[in-house]
Design a protein around this ligand. Sequence first.
Ligand code: HEC
Length: 131
Amino acid sequence: MKRWIVLVLAGLIGHGAAAAADAGVASDGDFPPKASPEAMVYRGNIVYSNYCVLCHGVKADGMGRAAKIYNPKPSNLAMSDKNVQYKELIIRQGGAALARSKFMPPWNDELTNEQVSDVVGFLESLKTAAR
Ligand code: HEC
């Protein structure tokens, strides 16, 4: 009866593990593996929801609830033309350090290195996400 569900699940898990192996990601027993892009984006989304959403908005389009009180407005991160290095720099050091708005806070003391790379990974994933 429910055997087909088990078979389908086993198939999916097997396939995922194979895909991870193909991508050269070492499996650490977690699924998806901690080092996989999927896990990074998942964690980055949590960081974003906690620290960034108020200004940059749920769609990362710069239309957060607090956006209207800032000038210049928080950037549309889904449409950003900046590279990964620049994003990491402004996230760590804040807008003022890069001669941009001081209302983009410096997150270096607040976020761990993992949180910074995860949130950058999340922002990168928005470029390809269907919306
Ligand atoms: C208090 C409001 C606020 C919060 C919270 C905030 N930002 Fe910003 N952010 C800004 C503003 C304002 C700018 C635009 C600066 C400018 O144009 O001079 C900006 C710009 C940026 C940029 C530059 C994008 C580009 O294309 O140039 C990135 C990347 C960014 N923010 C990421 C984040 C991340 C990640 C978080 C959460 C960890 C975050 N921001 C939290 C206000 C905020």
